[in-house]
Design a protein around this ligand. Structure first.
Ligand code: FE
Ligand code: FE
Ligand code: MG
Length: 162
């Protein structure tokens, strides 16, 4: 990377890279949670739910790419081993053992709420100190807020359905 681009970052870059790797681990786990959820889900409004879960899975994978690119720019090393995702992550992984729509929606809503907290933290950490990472976290946060809203809207829609 641009050496100067790293020098202007006004906070501990190593600490920032750790936080970005935590978020990267979260994104991969979120990606798989959505992706496998879209395969196994059963219940009311199944097709609409599958479409939403698939769309969100693709967004999470895109977020993982944004984080890995920023980590590389900062001359860090993105997490290389999937087995490290569990140790590194903030939000964990909820396996869809119960494939009922309501259960899967609840699990993913919980995941989005955790993701919102993660990017809120990264934004606070970088505000006024690292505009590039701040802007990236802002863009991801905007998606996570939309994800939570989408899932809660579907959950509300199917409430009355048996
Ligand atoms: Fe995400
Ligand atoms: Fe999300
Ligand atoms: Mg959506």
């Amino acid at each position: 990377m641009g050496t100067r681009g790293r020098e202007i970052v006004g906070l501990d870059v190593e600490k920032l890279i750790v936080e970005l790797n935590r978020a990267l681990s979260d994104e991969w786990l979120a990606y798989y949670q959505y992706w496998i959820g879209s395969k196994v889900v059963v219940g009311p409004m199944r097709d609409a739910v599958v479409a939403e879960l698939t769309e969100h899975a693709n967004d999470e994978l895109r977020h993982a790419g944004m984080l890995a690119d920023r980590i590389m720019q900062l001359e860090g090393a993105p997490v290389l081993k999937p087995e490290e995702w569990y140790d590194m992550c903030n939000c964990g992984y909820d396996s869809p053992d119960d494939p009922a729509v309501r259960k899967i929606l609840d699990q993913n809503i919980k995941g989005e709420q955790c993701a919102i907290d993660v990017y809120n933290k990264i934004m606070k950490m970088t505000e006024g100190k690292d505009p590039i990472t701040y802007q990236m976290a802002f863009e991801i946060m905007r998606d996570e807020v939309e994800h939570e809203d989408d899932l809660q809207a579907i959950a509300e829609d199917i409430k009355g359905i048996k």
